[in-house]
Design a protein around this ligand. Structure first.
Ligand code: B1M
Length: 213
């Protein structure tokens, strides 16, 4: 039966969405635990996809196609995971900051985080500090994840960190940032907890941030 999990893993890496759906359904019907299907099939696949991306074997299109297959498998698993009360790796409120409409990178980061077992509250694009703050206050998120693609919108990351401080909740969440113009030095400058240059390393960063809580 572990074979079906390996086929699921391979099908996601290959971006074969129909095969992923078929095999996840088969695994469910065979009585394999949803947590095992998630960890050994979906999460293991996305970890490998991340590795292939870091090594320059996969590019953004391959990642998106793999993530789409993973999401299709996850859709079948989600009701069972909820029923089995499988705890997510952490809860992340993600958004592209105010004034910025670029969402391809942010979506990719969300998909990779979801593939790694995180629960995502996707706030979308053009997200102002008040909306991030609202998610922290009302949705008990562990991480605020901000993306910016424009040099002109990067300062809105700092405004969000400042808003969290002013509301007295900065120490209740971790803040991670990313996007093409963003740097590690900028993350330190604005008081964020970390920066990741790509979606794969965003997963590693998110894991280390929740482990440090
Ligand atoms: Co725009 N755009 N754009 N654009 N656009 C850039 C960003 C630009 C660099 C192009 C250029 O001039 N060479 C430039 C910015 C210049 C600057 O600020 N210095 C630019 C500009 C100027 C603009 C407009 C102002 C153009 C205009 O209207 N005059 C306008 C602004 C609109 C707005 O946002 N208010 C605009 C509009 C658009 C489109 C709508 C046409 C479209 C966006 C479509 C969409 O997103 N739905 C668009 C696009 C596609 C681009 C480029 C070509 C590609 C961006 C992209 O999707 N990359 C871009 C040029 C470029 O980057 N080469 C450009 C692929 C994506 C997977 O990468 O987003 O970097 P990226 O995400 C990566 C990492 O950065 C990281 O992981 C991702 C995956 O590995 N990452 C994170 C991202 N977020 C993260 C968060 C994390 C961690 C990692 O933690 C939370």
């Amino acid at each position: 039966m572990e074979n079906v999990l390996e086929v699921i893993r391979q099908s996601i890496i290959a971006g074969d969405m129909p095969l992923t759906q078929q095999k996840v359904q088969e695994a469910i019907e065979a009585g394999i635990g949803p947590s095992d299907i998630l960890q050994e099939g979906l999460v293991a696949a996305m970890a490998e996809v991340g590795r292939l991306f870091e090594e320059g074997e996969y590019f953004v299109p391959e990642m998106l196609i793999a993530a789409r297959a993973m999401k299709a498998g996850l859709a079948l698993l989600r009701p069972l995971l909820v029923k089995a009360d499988v705890k997510p790796a952490g809860k992340v409120a993600a958004g592209t900051v105010k004034g910025d409409l670029h969402d391809i990178g942010k979506n990719l980061v969300c998909m990779m985080l979801e593939g790694a077992g995180f629960e995502i509250v996707d706030l979308g694009v053009d997200v102002g500090p008040e909306k991030f703050l609202d998610a922290v206050m009302n949705q008990s998120v562990d991480i605020v994840a901000m993306s910016a693609l424009l040099t002109t919108t990067m300062p809105n990351m700092k405004l969000t960190v400042d808003a969290l401080k002013e509301a007295g909740v900065r120490d209740k969440v971790k803040v991670m940032i990313g996007g093409a113009p963003v740097t590690d030095a900028y993350a330190r400058e604005i008081g964020a907890d970390g920066y990741a240059p790509d979606a794969s390393r965003a997963v590693a960063l998110a894991r280390s941030l929740v482990a440090a809580v």
